[in-house]
Design a protein around this ligand. Structure first.
Ligand SMILES: [Zn+2]
Length: 146
């Protein structure tokens, strides 16, 4: 077993695309959140899998989501879960209910937590982590701007 070095413990874990999620990670590079739509029962799912979670159909197609949703729940993290996240605290973890139905865990862009609230509208952005990895995150939508 490989011994962890200090460098390993300060590296943030990165997602690894598999055959189910590859399209989603490619979509994020273009600023799109792709969700799987079942062509047999209409179910929309996130995260990606080989089968529909409702009817087990394999007829799943990716379609771009609107990127809009509401905050179903959230938590502001003040204590770093490890050395890799030491410089990030405080940060907000969001459970976003997407307009299309699925809920996804993500994070809030920025550190202004004063207007964070359940049911607040949010819009997806992406953070470029590397040439291969763009992570989805969300920002609060100011209703006065609409
Ligand atoms: Zn289905």
């Amino acid at each position: 077993m490989k011994q962890l070095t200090e460098e390993d413990t300060i590296q943030k874990p990165l997602p690894i695309a598999d055959s189910d999620s590859h399209a989603m990670w490619e979509g994020l590079k273009k600023g799109e959140l792709l969700l799987q739509h079942c062509e047999d029962c209409g179910h929309v799912q996130y995260y990606q899998q080989g089968l529909c979670r409702i009817c087990q159909s394999k007829k799943l197609v990716h379609r771009a989501a609107s990127g809009r949703g509401i905050i179903h729940s959230y938590s502001v993290v003040h204590r770093s879960p490890g050395p890799a996240f030491r410089d990030d605290v405080p940060y907000a973890v969001l459970l976003v209910e997407l307009e299309e139905g699925p809920r996804m865990i993500s994070s809030l862009l920025g550190k202004d937590f004063t207007h964070l609230a359940i049911d607040s509208p949010v819009a997806m952005k992406t953070m470029k982590i590397s040439e291969q990895v763009f992570l989805p995150c969300f920002e609060l939508v100011n209703l006065a701007d609409k």
